[in-house]
Design a protein around this ligand. Structure first.
Ligand code: ATR
Length: 266
């Protein structure tokens, strides 16, 4: 597609920048939807973030920008508005710029994950869930699971204090759900989620104890590469339904395209 003065520009900011693949994912979607828009990678270091964001405010044809490492937390203070759960999580990964240059921040990790589950017809309302991890991704997923009606949520993490802190924050936002600090044993939960970084490398330990898994449990992963982690392979061998990491990314790309280009995908 030709870039003209009417083209809607969006950016993705990161440091380093060379590894970002989001532009391919979003630009292909814009093209498929016949949107005159483009997403460009912009290399921004932490100390230059405020100056760049101020520049973005002044760019009248900028729709917004995607935020990635290392800016996801620092961007909060530079937005005019931040969605409630993103504030509670303390991270933003997409910012929409309105026609007056005002910036609104969203965190889509959790929403993307939940949309992936819904796409696979995995129920959440009134279910019990076990979440391994209490880092950035786990924070977003915990809030999204509670928001989507899970009735009980167990959170387990190597550093237990981080799981306790997450439970403290999510329980204040969604008090109807029951919360519990977990061990490595995911027994008794309908949905079991790995939101740690374990599984990225072949030598990684399993994020949870797979021995007690039973065929009535669904095991979901946030790791995309490899597509079948050791956790998913073990869960399959126990007869569980498994849900890989890729749909979380695909659904986030769709949500980002919608926010940045104001379109519903075809
Ligand atoms: P992300 O943004 O991808 O969620 P993160 O915020 O660094 O990354 O979180 C990584 C998660 O994986 C954390 O829950 C971390 O546990 P700690 O909070 O105890 O650090 C977990 N994790 C990473 N390496 C781990 C390991 N070797 N064993 C157990 N948990 C691990």
């Amino acid at each position: 597609m030709e870039i003209t003065g009417n083209t809607r520009i969006s950016a993705i900011i990161a440091d380093p920048i060379h590894h970002v693949k989001t532009p391919q994912g979003i630009n292909a979607r814009l093209l498929a939807n016949h949107v005159d828009g483009v997403l460009v990678p912009v290399h921004v270091s932490a100390d230059e973030l405020p100056a760049v964001v101020n520049g973005f405010r002044a760019m009248k044809n900028l729709q917004g920008f995607i935020v990635t490492v290392p800016h996801k937390s620092a961007i909060l203070a530079l937005c005019d508005e931040v969605e409630e759960d993103a504030q509670r999580i303390g991270a933003v990964n997409v910012v929409r710029r309105d026609e007056n240059g005002r910036l609104r921040g969203y965190m889509l990790d959790g929403e993307g994950f939940v949309a992936g589950l819904k796409g696979a017809n995995i129920p959440l309302a009134n279910q019990t869930a076990y979440l391994a991890g209490a880092g950035g991704a786990a924070n977003a997923i915990a809030f999204a699971l509670a928001k989507n009606g899970v009735k009980q949520l167990t959170i387990a993490n190597r550093t237990a204090e981080k799981a306790e802190d997450l439970i403290d924050r999510v329980s204040k936002a969604y008090p109807k759900c029951q919360y519990q600090l977990g061990s490595r044993d995911p027994s008794g939960h309908n949905l079991v989620v790995n939101a740690t970084s374990l599984g990225l490398r072949t030598e990684d330990a399993l994020p949870l104890d797979t021995e007690p898994l039973t065929p009535d449990q669904t095991v979901a992963e946030i790791i995309m590469q490899p597509a079948e982690t050791a956790l998913l392979a073990a869960a399959k061998s126990k007869g569980c339904q498994v849900h890989p990491g890729l749909p979380m990314l695909q659904n986030q790309l769709a949500l980002m395209t919608k926010i940045l280009a104001f379109i519903e995908e075809e």
